[in-house]
Ligand binder design. Sequence first.
Ligand SMILES: [Zn+2]
Length: 226
Amino acid sequence: MKKKRLLIFLSLILCAASGAAFAQINTIRIKFIGNCGLYMSDGKLDVYVDFPYQSGAFNYMKYDKAELDSIKDKALFIFTHRHPDHYAARHLRKLNGKILGPWKVAKKKRADLQKLRDSIPDFSVQVFKTKHRFSSRHSSYLLSWHGKKIFLSGDTEMAETIAAVPHMDLAFVPYWILADAKEKGLKINAEKFIIYHLYPDQKISGTVPENIKLLQKQGEVLSVPY
Ligand SMILES: [Zn+2]
């Protein structure tokens, strides 16, 4: 009997120890769903970016229905604009999270920036009005989360906005932003560039520099330690 108790005691200690070790590694997990669609979480706050969108719109990436079914309750949904490869109202209707977008969102679903800043510790969003062809309203965003700066460019074609941000840990950009910056001689102050919004079968030639990561594998998870 005593031996059994000791075993239970030891296994409890081991569980506690592994729990503590795990808790020390704080990370923001960023899962790539498809197109500019991301799911980010620090274990407390769930943030979706440009998701749910319309699967397969404009021949861009499709996703499994399970992605919709697994959407977290009371999440924050951030949209750059309302083109169908970024946004799908019919999928969003059933969800009870808050929405941040460059259009007029119904009051009960609207994510108030000041309230977000006050209610969620270590999280804030800066909004930039940016231009996108064929879209009257488009925003890019800078998230500050646990001290990490994460820029979400969306579909904008212009690099001026991102080039004016003093420092970013991660910059999610389509490849054309890098091309635009190069052409205009603008420097983008990001430690790491994540290229998203590639076509499902898009071929990339040449070597990719170390500070650039291409998001092609749907379901891939990036970890941002803080
Ligand atoms: Zn797009």
